[in-house]
Ligand binder design. Sequence first.
Ligand code: GTP
Ligand code: MG
Length: 421
Amino acid sequence: MDLRNRLAEALGKIPSELLDATTQEMVAEARTSLEAAAAVDDVPTAVAFVGRSGSGKSTIVNALTGLEVSPVGPIRPTTTMAIMVGASGPVSLSSESEYVHVEGARQGFVLIDTPSWDHDPGAVMAAMAAASVVVLVVTPARYADLAVSELRDQVPNGVTTFVVLNRMTAEEDGRDELLASVRGIHGDVLVVEAGRDHSMLWDAIDEAAPRDRSAAQRRRVLDRAAAATARVVAERVTRQATEVGRVESAVAGFGRVVPPPVAVLENWDDTRSNVVSALRGVVAAVDGALVDAGGELGRRIFEGLTPITTAEVGSDVDAWGSSVEDRVAAAVRTWWRPKAARTVARRFAPRIGIDPNVPLPTRLVRALGDRLASVREEAHASFLALVSSTADRRVGMWEESVSSLGAYTPGELLEAADAVG
Ligand SMILES: Nc1nc2c(ncn2[C@@H]2O[C@H](COP(=O)(O)OP(=O)(O)OP(=O)(O)O)[C@@H](O)[C@H]2O)c(=O)[nH]1
Ligand SMILES: [Mg+2]
């Protein structure tokens, strides 16, 4: 993977709870530097292939990229608009063009196959205007044409040009004389033979490509800035580890929650909503105590926790309510008919659980008889269990979060930073 991506990824893996506002800004800063450094890469060196129709421009561009990206054909002209090929994006052209992205093509270059000079000189000029290197493709048959010298004259000043003699065959008659003649007109010429590998053409392009020193320098400065910032981030995050330890012991030593007072009303729906808000109060009490113990880090951990919803608490309360109801109904069944027992149980069971001292109607007291004390006790114990399981669940969430934070180390981040700069 690209080193910059690796560093960006390592920055992304820092748990957000460990990032205070300043460190968070530093992470953003490091990312911006990395993106800027990568963007410096993004302007590829354009290489325009120009020449007369049939000289083999498309054939060469295809051979250099290893793919049939630009159609080659016996019918002249074959190429009717500029076709850009590369792995590093297109350049902007003032004529109609198409860009073909070839993953695995040489980074930092875009090859521009142009229509023939005879067919569309405007498109050729546009490509040459955008190019840093111009490759003039000629053939043994047509290297001395007027059109070729005209085209040569149009190459903008300061653009590196070299001439490729294409369509040579090994057994070409008077090969040496031919070459001498082409060199007489064009100077040094690169000879490309059909079916041969074109790595020497790549080497020539590579060498001819202007080295943008300022771009390289800019990249280096930005990379170093990102790496330096990432190291400071790692240091600050490491310092947070001590804080994590403090929250961890607060979580481990979390005591019992005092059951909250709940007003018991005639109507179960109202009572139920009192219980629900009391239990939400229990969750808030856990959060409050641990945020206090954890300070700023505690607050961030709290913000990262999944909230416990009213619906979740409500369904716990309902489950508890029906279990107490079952218990009371069973206890009074011998006294009343089952249906009546159920009605009474539904009305009084939760009250018995919530408040062990709640006054009960005489007929219920009589119906429960000597079971009264044990029913009251069990129901209240199960209410206390509901309170503490709600608290435990919340403490468990804190525990989980704190232990995953405690497990984070910035080793990967430091390695990625060192690799970048
Ligand atoms: N024998 C031989 N044929 C070649 C060589 N290079 C290209 N050709 C053939 O020459 C013909 C023209 O090649 P192209 O690559 O389409 O030429 P072009 O310069 O792109 O032509 P336009 O798109 O019309 O400007 C095709 O039939 C190719 O197969 C070569 O080195 N040797
Ligand atoms: Mg072509």
